[in-house]
Design a protein around this ligand. Sequence first.
Ligand SMILES: [Zn+2]
Length: 451
Amino acid sequence: MPKTIQTTIQCVQCRQPIRATIQSVIDPAENPQAKIALLGGNINMVQCPNCGAPNTVLAPILYHDASKELLLSYVPMELGLPKDAQEKAIGELMRDVTSSLPQGGFKAYLLQPRQALTMQGLIEQVLQADGVTPEMMKDQRDRVKLVETFMQSPPDLLPQLVQQHDAKIDAQFIQTMTLVIQQLLGEGREQVAEQVAYIQNQIVELSTFGKQLMEQSQAQEAVIAEVADAVNALGQGANRADFLQLAISYNGDEQRLQALVGLIRPVFDYTFFEEMTAYIGQAPADDRADLEKLRDALAQLTAMIDQQAQAALQEAVGLLRVIVASPNPDEVIQANLPMIDNTFLQVLSANIQEVTRRGDINASAKLKDVYNRIVAALQASMPPELQFINQLLNAPNEDEVRSLISQHASEFGASLLGAIDAVEQQIAGQGDPAVMQRFDFVRREATQALA
Ligand SMILES: [Zn+2]
């Protein structure tokens, strides 16, 4: 069992006592999260529930990974323990490790742990055992340094700096920036995180790599739009055979096939593949090999899309947990607004339904509170015109709509009508007659008021 110790420390910032759980034996086979925290430099870090400040608890650590025959010990120098006390502390942790070994599990490497003198040294030895070479670590350190250079640069020199380091800006560099942002958020430094996110956006816009990335994603969007048109052209009554013909027309075109499966994943179910197999059986012999290739490609793409959906789902579940556990949910919501998408909202409402079904009133109230905060944050992040239209659509009656428009329409001017057009395009397909009726009324009144 991974050994944890409960202790009480004093918050470095507000001086209140905090309960803390210390991981003293880290075994990635039993607690992969602890390894991730260790590599992220967050091991034995607790956030103060009173003031939110991060507190690092200094404690001896024994790292054990039996699959790699790796046993590392680390005693923080800051503890100022004399040598025999260090050995005693590690010896106790060693007993926990050896006593929980399976029978016959004792091997020579367990006799003497390798000592790491610093936390950085411990992290590097764990990474090396994972096949991360010293060169790779150096490259990564260089990337982090470059991120720091960007962070310290005055904003007006940013374009020049990007040009200077253009060759070093690649996917790994952008990813490193994202890691830095996550780390800052984890430390409760939202404002700095926001600044780095802004710089990252600028770098993507200005660098050669970023421009290529944008072109690729634009090309991808164009393909998706084209495939979406083709799907829509099949009409409401389209069946599996129609979709099969469409897929056949894209055979060999990886991008279009991927767009097709992404757009209408539910079509590619078990029955579809059964029907496709029957179709291949009746096809001219010369066509069969190509069709079989297409079937394999479609099966692979469906599996890939399902995996992505699963990953997005897990990310959403993780974010929801962080928001619920945070002493300051609004800040977490603000910092993660781009992640709050349809998937996230689906996860949230599924959770609300589940706790309500179970009759857990506390959890249900907590989640509904989170829901209200998110709706408020999403509305606040909308352009003012959209907020106003939202208000009009939710007004209790038409008199109220008329009075709101006569009071506020002139503040927006013609841009209000543009926003009304944009919203209409979005909701036109949903076909709720009451909403559409209200919408027509809003448009008439706004046009009149602004004429
Ligand atoms: Zn505190």
